[in-house]
Write a protein that binds this ligand. Sequence first.
Ligand code: DGP
Length: 125
Amino acid sequence: MPIDATLPYDDSNIFARILRGELPCRKVFEDEFALAFHDINPQAPVHVLVIPKGRYVSWADFTATASDAEIAGFVRAIGTVAADLGLVAPGYRLLANVGQHGHQEVPHLHVHLFGGRQFGAMLPR
Ligand code: DGP
């Protein structure tokens, strides 16, 4: 079920639990600002989730309240992970689902990084 991305941050969400080390993940990158790990239900040969370490539900929340360092750190992490996974030359796709229309299921801001195949046109019509 998609979530309401205007709700306050819920510390029991699955990514919060991964960040606290309460649940395992297949980590690909971590620094002060971000964590990246393989999606549990991959939809491409490479399907990695990149999340900021802070308590943010949506892009509106993140961009309104995160520090410049957090925003830079998160965006930089996405680029670093794509490069580390060898995806810059072949290309890749980034996707962020937000709220009901975006079909966001986990209420902690995240970006999907897909790679390893041709993704074709942007959205189904
Ligand atoms: P969405 O909120 O719709 O953008 O997608 C959430 C993604 O999170 C979905 O592709 C599956 C993934 N996911 C959900 N639970 C877990 C988990 O416990 N571990 C990992 N690695 N991924 C998860």
